[in-house]
Design a protein around this ligand. Structure first.
Ligand code: THU
Length: 130
């Protein structure tokens, strides 16, 4: 299964009764394996989690800490863009050149690198010596 199919499939499992906005994410890890996640909302709104966070958690739980490719999809008018927090989460495990494909369910895709999505990212350089 490719990243697009994996993200599209897992999106069906999103728990989004409050926003009605279902998101699917798939990441390819260093091993080549694909990990998926969907958004999981909560009646206490701030406790919800994004699809990207779920995919990253699955990857790390499986023992992998490098991601090489990302795909995110939602039923949005324009390709869905990872939120600020998820850009930082992706940058924790992916280099700046990692391609993030943002998609909508009409088949429109936009590809940007992590460097483009999060220029000047806070990283280990900033906490050097600690
Ligand atoms: N959401 C994601 O899961 N990923 C994104 O990249 C953007 C937003 C979720 C969070 C919330 O459950 C819903 O979309 C509406 O903001």
């Amino acid at each position: 299964m490719n990243l697009q199919d994996a993200a599209t499939a897992v999106r069906q499992n999103a728990h989004a009764p409050y926003s009605g906005f279902r998101v699917g994410a798939a990441v390819r890890a260093g091993s080549g394996r694909i990990y998926v996640g969907c958004n999981v909302e909560n009646v206490s709104y701030p406790e919800g989690t994004c699809a990207e966070a779920g995919a990253i958690a699955a990857m790390v739980a499986a023992g992998e800490t490098v991601l090489t490719e990302v795909y995110v999809i939602a039923d949005s008018p324009v390709p869905v863009s990872p939120c600020g927090g998820c850009r930082q989460r992706l940058a924790e495990f992916g280099g700046g050149a990692v391609a993030v494909t943002m998609a909508n369910t009409d088949g429109v895709e936009r590809v940007m690198t992590l460097d483009q999505l999060l220029p000047g990212a806070f990283n280990t350089d900033h906490i050097a010596g600690r």
